[in-house]
Design a protein around this ligand. Structure first.
Ligand code: S3P
Length: 443
């Protein structure tokens, strides 16, 4: 079990590139496998989560090769082409890999049992299995809301119209991927628009997808089944969720200025950056450009004075993974930062509301929560964090990285235990953070 010690730091500076986007990396392998022909992927995130997806696809007959650093090729066999009857897919820590692949499995003549690590085995799955059963998939023990789950798919799925009570890109994507194998069109309605990388990538490959805002402000996404998917290459932009760690570190650490290059700035992913700017952070997006259907930019951030604000529920979908690091920034803000409508955080790699509040309280910082709200009480320039505590990652990469960033402004070190989990989304996190001057060390 590895631990990292984070020590008080200042003068963070430099330009860095963080790894490829996790959501887009999973999708490039999964959607790539449904294309007929070869695609090449540049800047694929080479992390445990993405490897789990690649290995699962290989087991089901897809040829996937690594060509050189972060450059991969996928030989797609077409829609509905996964194969095998005894597949045992170990998805490790990856909720995205597991849930999206369940959708693809539902649309192939294949049988697969999904298993995962201790964290993934505690996460709810009915949100995926209930709609997939409507598409015609046979799911053993449907009342089992947790892994292991066995799915028997079929080459032709039923077109469904599904109204989801939560905004989840994993639910939406899983249904759309099953819908690829449908003779009709598949519709999903979600309360607010979640990240749309699946829709963008499918459109890039030639599928027809329509996204409409309905009168009651919910969103309807419709995919025409059995599209012709043309093999095209993908360049994965850097992950805005990973970029948030050096960016927030620069904002809270004295005399700092850091630039993170080529970051995906998809509107549905940059809620944290908008929130930080509202809190007074000095953040700039430069050199905005578009690659394979996604906007990217270089993001610069400097040490800033922050004020507490209310982050509304309407922003949750666009920053769902960034609340742990927002909570860290909120400590340095003057006044309360109130995060509304965040119940979904309870169903991530760990119950993040609990992990954040307990960790902050251990450090003497006031943080409270209800079922779906979290409040961090910041003291602005009077903020003093004593440190000298150990925080367990709870097998949650973002909890681990957030508390390590907090260590940069603590008087005494913060030790985060069980940090291997960071490899699920941000390999070389320690090295990248050291590159900009963070005093992190492996213990
Ligand atoms: C993801 C969607 C989000 C996010 C996860 C990645 C995706 O989950 O938390 O890290 O790639 O679709 P939900 O869809 O459950 O909100």
């Amino acid at each position: 079990m590895n631990s990292i010690i984070s020590n008080k730091s200042s003068n963070l500076s430099g330009e860095i590139i963080v790894p490829g986007d996790k959501s887009i990396s999973h999708r490039s392998l999964i959607i790539g496998s449904a294309v007929t022909g070869k695609i090449t992927i540049k800047n694929l995130l080479e992390s445990e989560d993405v490897f789990a997806t690649a290995n699962a696809l290989r087991q089901m007959g897809v040829t996937i090769n690594k060509l050189s650093n972060n450059k991969w090729e996928v030989f797609g066999n077409g829609i509905g082409s996964l194969s095998g009857k005894n597949n045992m897919l170990d998805m490790g820590n990856s909720g995205t890999g597991a849930r999206l692949l369940m959708g693809l499995v539902a649309g192939s003549d294949v049988e697969a049992t999904f298993i995962g690590d201790e964290s993934l085995s505690k996460r709810p799955m009915k949100r995926i299995t209930l709609p997939l059963i409507e598409t015609g998939a046979i799911i053993e023990n449907i009342n089992n809301d947790r892994l292991p789950i066995k799915i028997k798919g079929s080459k032709i799925t039923l077109p469904i119209e599904y109204e989801s009570s939560i905004s989840s890109a994993q639910v939406k994507s899983s249904i759309l991927l099953a819908g690829l194998s449908s003779l009709g069109s598949t519709t999903i309605v979600e309360p607010s628009l979640s990240r749309d990388h699946t829709e963008r990538m499918l459109t890039y490959f030639g599928a027809k997808i329509e996204t409409t805002k309905l009168k009651n402000s919910t969103w309807k996404i419709t995919l025409d089944g059995i599209p012709t998917l043309i093999p095209l290459d993908i360049d994965v932009p850097s992950d805005p969720s990973s970029a948030s760690f050096p960016i927030v570190s620069a904002i809270i650490t004295p005399n700092s200025k850091v630039k993170v290059m080529n970051v995906c700035i998809n509107e549905l992913r940059i809620g944290l950056y908008k929130t930080l700017i509202e809190m007074g952070a000095n953040i700039k997006f430069n050199n905005t450009r578009k690659i394979n259907g996604e906007f990217i930019a270089d993001i610069t951030a400097e040490t800033s004075k922050l004020k507490g604000i209310t982050v509304p529920k309407s922003r949750v979908a666009s920053m769902i993974d960034e609340y742990p690091i927002l909570a860290v920034a909120a400590i340095k803000a003057k006044g309360d930062t109130i995060m509304e409508g965040v119940e979904e955080l309870r169903y991530k790699e760990t119950d993040r509301i609990k992990a954040i509040c307990e960790g902050l309280q251990k450090l003497g910082i006031e943080a409270t929560n209800t079922k779906d709200t979290m409040v961090v009480i910041g003291k602005g320039s009077k903020t003093k964090v004593n440190g000298n505590v150990q925080i367990n990652s709870n097998l949650d990469h973002r909890i681990a990285m957030s508390f390590l960033c907090l260590g940069l402004i603590s008087e005494n070190p913060i030790i985060v235990e069980d940090t291997d989990t960071i490899n699920s989304s941000f390999p070389f996190f320690l090295e990248k953070m050291k590159e900009i001057g963070a005093k992190f060390q492996q213990s």
